[in-house]
Design a protein around this ligand. Structure first.
Ligand code: FAD
Length: 456
């Protein structure tokens, strides 16, 4: 064992309880990568599972002094390779820091450790009649720490916004081991730079987040939903504009294109149509929901829906939503496609879906184009196998270029990580990337936090 390695492990062992430090490959099997394909994963030096912020501080003090890379990990549901291990790194897994520290119904906030699973927090605040809106499709497994570090979105963003809209304060540890706080418990507060929102979405490159204060809303009212069936994906995408033009804000507006419907139907028969595309719309405005749904159904019909089916009660509305939730497992059952995450202005959706279909055809790869249509954030997914990997990657790349050309972004919610690192420079100018490097250097002068991820 090299002298540095031995010294690092000795220093960690000297300050951590024995079960928190593991050094055998068996201990980190299954912890080397997230779900993103095409992203490298290295061999760690150690896996640390801290229980306290002081233990995190010790790790970042030792790692900084010895110039050892540190990769923070939540539940590894990330879709960009951002949490993948790096050769010789310390994996800092927050799985044991998973306590809800406080729920304050008066201030409508919760304070949690980063390893708290999103669904656990949602269930706990519901006991107080409160609601934590950010709902990534992975909400039953992903952690609030991971959600904050990726600024996760989800299906209800179209009405409620993304994770950063709910992050009020953070405790975090910087390389060297200093424990710092940013933000506050109050609704308002403008003292100093808004580092809370700088850290939100920083993908583990600036600091290890050790405590999160989130704001909550009063529990949602009763919801109703409807599906509109359209002849083509373009027609469905155009109907999104018709819904927006009503001036009413749905609490969900999701698109399933024909190939996505096929994938769901082959996974489980839930009575979806055999052709065409589907839009799912929901309103959670309680006594006003039925009125909203009448307006949304009329918009669907005016935009050319061939059929509209409205849930008769909230239970049936929930069942319609379950159909959309089947897409993730149904795709997973077919392999691990290259999943894009472009977000474009809603007015450009129809051009995007047409473009994705054309790109798939031209490269001879199967492409699907479902997603969060209400906020312009689609997840075109390109399936590949050993014979067409290069073509699939070219198609994936062209989808991002198309998104950018339509005034959009290469990633609406999954982040950059490793998967989209080479594309970030197509979206951000060279001076902007320099500014990013300077910001990183201010937090992490020796570049030990998640090096090589997001940008160089
Ligand atoms: C089925 C499925 C559906 C999904 N649906 C959505 C969706 O609708 N919307 C969406 O946005 N994403 C979605 N995702 C992607 C993923 O779930 C999110 O990116 C999620 O926020 C990652 O959380 P995690 O706990 O798994 O974090 P990880 O994957 O473990 O880590 C993600 C990033 O966060 C960093 N990190 C984790 N914890 C900390 C910490 N305490 N301090 C500093 N950095 C940290 C890691 O270094 C890494 O950069 C989906 C994934 C799956 C598998």
């Amino acid at each position: 064992m090299a002298a540095t390695t031995a010294r690092v492990l000795d220093r960690l062992a000297g300050g951590l309880p024995a079960p928190a430090l593991r050094t055998t490959p068996a201990s980190w099997a299954g912890r080397l990568r997230d779900i993103a394909p095409f992203c490298a994963a290295g061999e760690p030096l150690a896996l640390v599972t801290p229980h306290t912020t002081d233990e995190v501080a010790l790790v970042l003090a030792v790692a900084d002094a010895e110039r050892i890379p540190v990769v923070c990990q939540g539940a590894l549901t990330g879709a960009a390779g951002a949490a993948n291990a790096i050769d010789g790194c310390i994996l800092l897994s927050f799985e044991k820091m998973n306590r809800i520290l406080e729920i304050d119904p008066l201030e409508q906030i919760a304070v949690v450790q980063p390893g708290t699973v999103n669904a656990t927090l949602s269930a706990a605040v519901a006991e107080y009649g409160l609601f934590y809106p950010p709902d990534p499709g992975s909400w039953e497994t992903s952690t609030i720490g991971g959600n904050v570090a990726t600024n996760a979105g989800g299906m209800c963003c179209v009405k409620y916004g993304v994770t950063s809209d709910y992050v009020r304060a953070l405790e975090f540890v910087v390389p060297g081991g200093q424990i710092l706080r940013t933000g506050r418990r109050t609704i308002k507060g403008v003292a100093g730079y808004d580092l809370t929102h700088l850290l939100t979405g920083s993908e583990g490159t600036l600091a290890a987040i050790t405590e999160i204060t989130v704001s909550l809303l009063a529990e949602r009212d009763v919801a109703l939903a409807a599906v509109g069936m359209f002849e083509s994906t373009r027609a469905a995408a155009e109907a999104v504009a018709a819904i927006k033009a009503t001036g009413r804000r749905p609490s969900m507006l999701e698109l399933l294109d024909a190939p996505s419907i096929e994938i769901i139907s082959s996974f489980r028969d839930v009575g979806l149509p055999n052709s065409g595309s589907v839009l799912l719309v929901r309103s959670d405005r309680g006594v006003h929901a039925a009125d909203d749904m009448a307006v949304f159904e009329a918009a669907f019909r005016s935009a050319g829906a061939e059929e509209v089916y409205a849930a008769s009660d909230p239970q049936e509305a929930e069942m319609l939503l379950e159909t959309r939730r089947l897409l993730g497992p149904a795709i997973a059952a077919q392999g691990s496609p290259l999943s894009d995450d472009v977000c474009v202005p809603v007015g450009a959706l129809a051009t995007l879906v047409d473009g994705v279909a054309e790109i798939g055809r031209r490269h001879g790869v199967r492409a699907i184009c479902p997603g969060h249509a209400g906020d312009g954030n689609l997840h075109p997914a390109i399936f590949y196998d050993a014979d067409n990997t290069d073509r699939a990657f070219s198609a994936f790349e062209e989808v991002m270029d198309l998104g950018l050309s339509l005034g959009g972004t290469i990633t609406g919610e999954h982040g950059v990580g490793l998967l989209k690192k080479s594309f970030l420079r197509r979206e951000l100018s060279a001076p902007m990337l320099d500014l990013h490097r300077n910001v990183k250097a201010a937090f992490d002068p020796h570049g030990i936090l998640n090096p090589g991820k997001v940008f160089d």
